[in-house]
Design a protein around this ligand. Structure first.
Ligand SMILES: [Zn+2]
Length: 65
């Protein structure tokens, strides 16, 4: 992998994808066609492909006794 100009090494958003190349924000589910096994998406603005990791986060905190 050579040095490429990136917007960010990694972007993390809940419902949207943010392009690592140009920073464009687009709807993640639409980009993946609602496929949770989707492994890559294409930025609709710069047309570059990037890896995507889809997860649902659960945050747990202790009960107050
Ligand atoms: Zn882009």
């Amino acid at each position: 992998m050579g040095k490429k100009k990136l917007f960010s090494e990694e972007t993390v958003r809940v419902d949207d994808c943010q392009c690592v190349y140009c920073g464009h924000i687009f709807h993640g589910r639409n980009a993946c066609n609602a496929n949770m096994d989707c492994r890559s998406v294409t930025c609709p603005k710069c047309n570059k492909d990037m890896n995507v990791f889809i997860s649902v986060e659960y945050t747990c905190t202790p009960l107050e006794e």
